[in-house]
Write a protein that binds this ligand. Structure first.
Ligand code: AMP
Length: 371
């Protein structure tokens, strides 16, 4: 066995200074870790709790400084230029590795990997011209979803095609980007799995999470999902992806559940919004285990402590006052300015019994309606 690492005094660099970087830092201080985030934004919210380097993600001087000042580097969003991570990886350990990031950045590469690993996906075809769009529709049928291969998130860069007449408008909007057309999946619900893998291959999984999206943005997660029969398959799929990419850190995979069959939608090579409940609802949070993995520390238990629901606050934060006294409620204000469509905070409700959770959640409906 290798020598145990002493985390005290290690400095973790994070490319990106959003709420995920902020929650990573807050989870890492009790372990004795230090943090430096790289973000060009003056008001990056992780900059309120960690040292911030102000610089573009592809600025070689900023990347060199980050590498020089950190023991290991990770990232908090998947649109970091792959070349920037390669640059960093030449100077400092980077986890997850640039290949994992590159695969997750491209919906076509991601689905190709899923297929190679026998993980079911929607029917899909690459689309690079209007003619290819017509040909692809013949493969997927209608309805279908036309998506940009890169830089899409929270439902951005995608159009649902319901009839042939929709093709021209969708093409006019998305032409110029490399695209992928996917068959529309008539799912019964959406589930995600989060896993953390260490460099020695040790892997831990949190229980499946059930997610509700509105307008492509996650609004509500419940964990553990009532999905015992699907846990083993979801874990096997995640393990296959983690091993194939020699992955270190937390990975999330989003699935459609179609009558008991899991169809993989996409993966995120980072801590994920559907894992925020783990801060209070699991023995070890996704943030802490991501840090443990990238720093070479043993992973902690992912055991769920009771039942949790996570409510996302989009656009603006509701007044916490009327809700803070709710037993089991935990408030997270990301310190971000309000803006339409922006994730500005979340709340987790944790209870010991599942029926208590549903009762308490019903009383929190105004929080879900807030926007
Ligand atoms: P994505 O950015 O790919 O995660 O898509 C955002 C949301 O759009 C998903 O969580 C689904 O609710 C919906 N969606 C995306 N792709 C499909 C699909 N092929 N079939 C049905 N719904 C989809």
């Amino acid at each position: 066995m290798s020598e145990p690492v002493d985390p005290s005094g290690l400095t973790v660099g994070i490319v990106g200074g959003g709420q995920l970087a902020r929650m990573l830092a807050l989870a890492g201080y009790p372990l004795g870790l230090h943090f430096i985030v790289l973000d060009p934004a003056k008001d990056a919210c992780a900059g309120q709790v960690a040292t911030q380097l102000h610089g573009e993600y592809d600025d070689p001087d900023a990347l060199d400084e980050l590498a020089r000042r950190c023991d290991v580097v990770t990232f908090d969003f998947e649109n970091v230029p792959a070349a920037a991570l390669e640059h960093l990886a030449a100077e400092v350990p980077v986890a997850p590795n640039p290949r994992a990031l590159g695969t997750a950045q491209d919906r076509l590469a991601e689905k190709t990997l899923f297929r190679e690993l026998d993980i079911p996906t929607p029917v899909y075809a690459a689309v690079d011209s209007r003619e290819e769009l017509s040909i692809a529709v013949a493969t997927t049928g209608l309805p279908a979803v036309l998506k940009t291969r890169r830089f899409g998130y929270d439902g951005k860069g995608q159009r649902v095609l319901r009839e042939r007449a929709d093709l021209d408008a969708a093409w006019a909007e998305l032409a110029g980007h490399a695209l992928i057309l996917e068959g529309f999946v008539p799912f019964t619900r959406e589930l995600s799995i989060l896993a953390a893998r260490s460099a020695d291959g040790t892997t831990v999984f949190w229980p499946l999470v059930e997610n509700v999206h509105t307008g492509g943005i996650l609004r509500l997660s419940r964990a553990p999902a009532d999905a015992e029969a699907l846990e083993a398959t979801a874990r096997a799929h995640a393990q296959a992806v983690l091993d194939a990419l020699d992955y270190v850190g937390v990975l999330a995979i989003e699935f459609f559940d179609v009558g008991g069959t899991l169809i993989a939608n996409e993966m995120a090579p980072r801590v994920h919004n559907s894992g925020h409940w783990t801060l209070e609802g699991a023995e070890t949070s996704q943030f802490e285990n991501h840090l443990r993995a990238v720093c070479g520390l043993p992973l902690g238990s992912t055991h769920a402590v009771g039942y949790s629901a996570m409510l996302n606050f989009i656009g603006r934060l509701p007044e916490p006052g009327p809700f803070l006294a709710t037993p089991g409620l935990h408030w997270h204000d990301y310190g971000k300015a309000p803006r339409s469509g922006r994730k500005v905070g979340h709340a987790t409700l944790r209870t010991d019994q599942p029926d208590e959770l549903e009762h308490a959640l019903a009383r929190l409906q105004p929080l879900l309606a807030a926007d």
